[in-house]
Design a protein around this ligand. Structure first.
Ligand code: GLN
Length: 254
């Protein structure tokens, strides 16, 4: 029997920065290579749609102004989204959306946006943007795997005491530039500051999300191995860039 996954892409017109949409291309391709039927359903503000048939929810990043555009619509979906998350709906949220899954985000203008309270975290905009390539060590796998991406945010995010980060910062700023934490994981929700696009050069994360989506829909989650030599090469090159850029920054300051 053929396997099937529905990805709900929340606010693709408003929340899409630094190639976030590429995440959808990467996951579709890796599903197709395994003969998994994958459908991406865009959801725009005002759309009447429930999450019953959603196997993976994806939300990209957005500037403060974009976050404000979707905040009210998102809040209307809060109860339903929280319920779905509690029963294991996988969610993958990048940067601006990661912030909106938390308790609140205070934007650069001082405006406070109330979040979905799915992740116990809060975010306050700082006066300096945290920009650059980043590498984290992520314990979703044993041994831990690196994830590499690009971050650009004013928001500084602080996790509540029980919330686990997605990983530990090796190069870059992460959630706030201070505590070495990057992103957050709660149940099957992954929030991260890493754009990039993230998934094309971190194929193990793409497969992790595919596995979670298949499991959530009660389908066989075995994934055939693929030839990842190109993706792994891209990953290595991005790690190398992030490392040498940080070294250059350090030595130019010395
Ligand atoms: N507006 C947020 C910030 O600057 C998120 C930016 C983003 O999604 N890259 O913190």
């Amino acid at each position: 029997m053929s396997r099937q996954i529905n990805i709900y892409h929340l606010y693709p017109s408003q929340l899409n920065l630094y190639g976030d949409r590429g995440n959808m291309l990467a996951i579709s391709r890796r599903a197709r290579w395994r003969n998994i039927e994958l459908q991406i359903i865009p959801i725009e503000p005002g759309d009447q749609i429930n999450f019953d048939r959603c196997d993976l929810l994806f939300m990209g990043g957005g500037q403060d102004s974009d976050q404000l555009l979707v905040a009210a619509d998102l809040k209307k979906r809060q109860a339903e989204m929280r319920q779905a998350v509690e029963i294991g709906m996988p969610v993958f949220a990048v940067c601006g959306s990661f912030q909106l899954l938390g308790n609140h985000y205070t934007a650069v203008s001082g405006e406070k946006i109330s979040g979905l309270e799915i992740l116990d975290l809060y975010t306050e905009a700082g006066d300096k943007r945290l920009i650059g390539n980043a590498v984290i060590s992520c314990p979703l796998w044993q041994p831990a795997q690196t994830l590499v991406g690009f971050e650009n945010h004013a928001g500084k995010t602080y996790l509540g005491p029980g919330l686990k980060p997605l990983g530990t910062v090796l190069y870059g700023f992460g959630n706030n530039g201070q505590d070495k934490k990057e992103g957050a994981v709660y149940k099957n929700v992954i929030g991260t500051y890493l754009h990039g696009s993230l998934l094309p050069k971190n194929p193990w994360l793409t497969d992790y999300l595919l596995t979670k989506a298949l499991e959530y829909r009660g389908q066989d989650s075995t994934l055939e191995k693929l030839d990842d030599s190109t993706e792994t090469e891209a990953h290595r090159a991005a790690v190398y860039l992030a490392r040498s850029w940080r070294h250059r920054m350090r030595s130019s300051r010395a």
